[in-house]
Write a protein that binds this ligand. Sequence first.
Ligand code: MRU
Length: 340
Amino acid sequence: MEAVKWNGDSVTILDQRLLPLKEVYNTYKNYTDVAYAIKSMETRGAPAIGITAGMGIALAAKTITAKSLEEFKEEMEKVLNLFASTRPTAVNLFWTINRMRSLILSARDLDVIKSALETEAIKILEEDIAANKQMGKNGARFLDDGDIVMTHCNAGALATGGYGTALGVIRAAIEEGKQIEVFACETRPYLQGARLTTWELLKDNIPVTLITDNMSGYFMKNGTIKKIIVGADRIARNGDVANKIGTYSHSVLAKEHGIPFLVAAPISTLDPDTPTGDDIVIEERSVDEVAYIGNVQIAPEGIKIKNPSFDVTPAKNITAIITERGVIEKPEGKGIIELF
Ligand code: MRU
């Protein structure tokens, strides 16, 4: 399953807003549509956001009209800013933008830079898939045969170039011959767990059980859940992890019950420029995501609503951060610097 695909002159995106009821792929020839697909969460998940932005930027380079290299650089800076404004929390977006910007700034030839940006976008996708496979190999040892592993949100193939981060570690453990069952938290309000994680795991015949977010403590206390593994949107220098809202609560419960709490993320999610979790910008999304489930209104008209899309799990609650470059066990007090 491919969340996003480069076609040379267009980008194809699996519309994740419609899953699991409809599997619809939209093809865009205009980079502004690609930016909007990120903003509107047609595609989502930190690595997939970065990959899609890379393709959108490559598409812009092919389609904008510029008479000179200088004009091209000016126009491309506007394009980069458009992509930067789509979603604030996932650092992979800015990591891609910085990669593309440094190529643009050092460009000396219009045709050469256009094809270099296309090559870079493809490289970002391919690197991500390879990183996920390696992360799986590095992290599989944390999961034991027979484990029930809980995950939150969707950190799978749908959220990446393929294979997934948290779900990639689960896939790798299964490929090693271990029997693993997944408990997927529904992930209110946008329901990435209920709609996407279950859909993707069912497609791969990986046993999965859906629970609501507020059931996690119950299943940790009664011994059902043996491990927890999640992805990340941004990991601060001290090892604090921003991930989908609700992750922090699970980490506190995991600590209380002595359950390993694992985070799997590629190097592109590590942000050495952000000192701690307190410095991470948390996206606030539309109140309608809370007031409605699908088209059904579930709260009184005009009620005050909050909708922070992410929270921060402190490094002290994390058993290990698994990356393609290595694993940091007990990141509290160590941070991520040793991976650079
Ligand atoms: O709002 P979303 O769906 O983009 O949030 C996604 C998450 O929080 C994921 O857990 C995270 O991006 C890691 S995906 C490999």
